[in-house]
Design a protein around this ligand. Sequence first.
Ligand SMILES: Cc1cc2nc3c(=O)[nH]c(=O)nc-3n(C[C@H](O)[C@H](O)[C@H](O)COP(=O)(O)OP(=O)(O)OC[C@H]3O[C@@H](n4cnc5c(N)ncnc54)[C@H](O)[C@@H]3O)c2cc1C
Length: 355
Amino acid sequence: MEINFPFSTTRQNPSLMLPTPPTFTKMASMAFPVVQSPRNSTPISSSNKEQTQNWDALKFVRGKKLLKDLSTWGIGGPCNYFVQVFHQTHLLSAIRYCREFSIPYVVIGKGSNCLFDDLGFDGCVILNQIDFLERMEPGVYRAGSGFRFNHLGSLSCNEGFTGLEFAAGIPGTVGGATYMNAGANGQETANVIESVDIVTTEGNFRTLNRIDLTFGYRSSSFQDMGNLGAIVAATFRLERSGSAKKRQQELLKRRRATQPVNERSAGSVFRNPVNLGVSAAELIDKAGLKGCSIGGAMVSNIHANFLVNNGASTSQDMLNLIALVKDKVDSKFGVELEEEVLYFHPYWNYANWER
Ligand SMILES: Cc1cc2nc3c(=O)[nH]c(=O)nc-3n(C[C@H](O)[C@H](O)[C@H](O)COP(=O)(O)OP(=O)(O)OC[C@H]3O[C@@H](n4cnc5c(N)ncnc54)[C@H](O)[C@@H]3O)c2cc1C
C-alpha cells in the first residue's frame, strides 16, 4: 500500500536553522516534537577526512560516526563528536570534556529506543559500554549501565531468580532500561531495582536508593533530573523461583511469534493508552494501517505498533509515518497516541529545552 503523505516535507519557514548556541550544556533528552525534521539545514560533518581528538585517554571521532550504526532502527546521519566509554572514569571524563567545551551531549546504550535524524546530531554521542556484572549476594546483581539488559535477564533466570524474565526480549542496556523503566508482560525494571549509581553533570558520583526514585509507565525520575550526567550502574534484587526460566522461554517464544524480531525497529513506537482497555497496536491495526508505508518506513504486518525500516527509511519517512498513524487513529477513534520512542533533534536548543 502506497501512501502519499499529505503534508509538506520541506520546512517553509527555516526557523529550525542552527539555534542560539546553548549557554550551558545539558544532556539531550526526550521529547517528540511532531515537526518536520530540518531537511534544508546543512548536514553535520566536520570534514571529508576522519578527524580524531584525544583528551584524557579518550578518543573523540569528529563528524564521521553515523548514528544509523548506533541505533536498532538503522536511521541517522553523523554526529559531530563520538566517543566510547568502557569505565565510569571515562564516562566522567567525556562529560567533563563536553561541559568544558560547551558541547551538547547524549549518553546512549544500544539506541533501541531512539530515532536519530538523517542530519545527525550537532553534539557529542557518548556510547556507553560499561558492562561489568557483580553478584553481590544470591539474587542481587550490580550491573554496569552498558551491560546488556537481555543478558542480565537470561542469566538471572538461569540462576533461578525471578523479576527479570521480561528483560530477555529487550535489546537495550541496563542504563537504557533504567532510564526508560522498560517493561513487558506485567513486569517492569522499577520493580526489581534496589539502587542506581549515577554521575552528575558536576562530576559527582551518587547512589540513589529505590525509595529516592519514582517510576511510571516508561518513565523514571532520571528523565527529569536536571543534573543527571549519566546512569553508571544499577543494582537489582530478585527473588528465588523455580519457574522463572520456563516462564522466560514462553515469553520469548511468544515474542518471536508476535513481533518482527528480524526487522529493524525500535520496539513499540507508541505507548498504550491509559485506562482504555485497548492497546496502541490494536487501534493501529483496526485503523487498517498494517502494511502501510511511506518511503522505506512501514507499519509492521506482524505487530502494528512496530514501525519497521525496510532498509531505506529516512528519518523523515519515519516521522511522516508516525504522524500519519497518529492522525488516522485520532480521526477514527478519537485517541491521541503518544510516542514511546525518542526523537533526537539534530540542533536541539538545549538552553531553552522543555519537555
Ligand atoms: C525489538 C525491540 C523490542 C523491544 N521491546 C521492548 C519491550 O518489550 N519493553 C520496553 O520497555 N522496551 C522495548 N524496546 C525498546 C528499548 O529496547 C528499551 O526502551 C530499552 O530499555 C532502551 O535501552 P537502550 O540501551 O537501547 O537505550 P537507548 O535507546 O540507547 O537510549 C534510550 C534513552 O535512555 C537514555 N540512556 C541510555 N543509557 C543511559 C545512561 N547510561 N545514562 C543516562 N541515560 C541513558 C538515552 O539518552 C535515551 O534518552 C524494544 C526495542 C526493540 C528494538
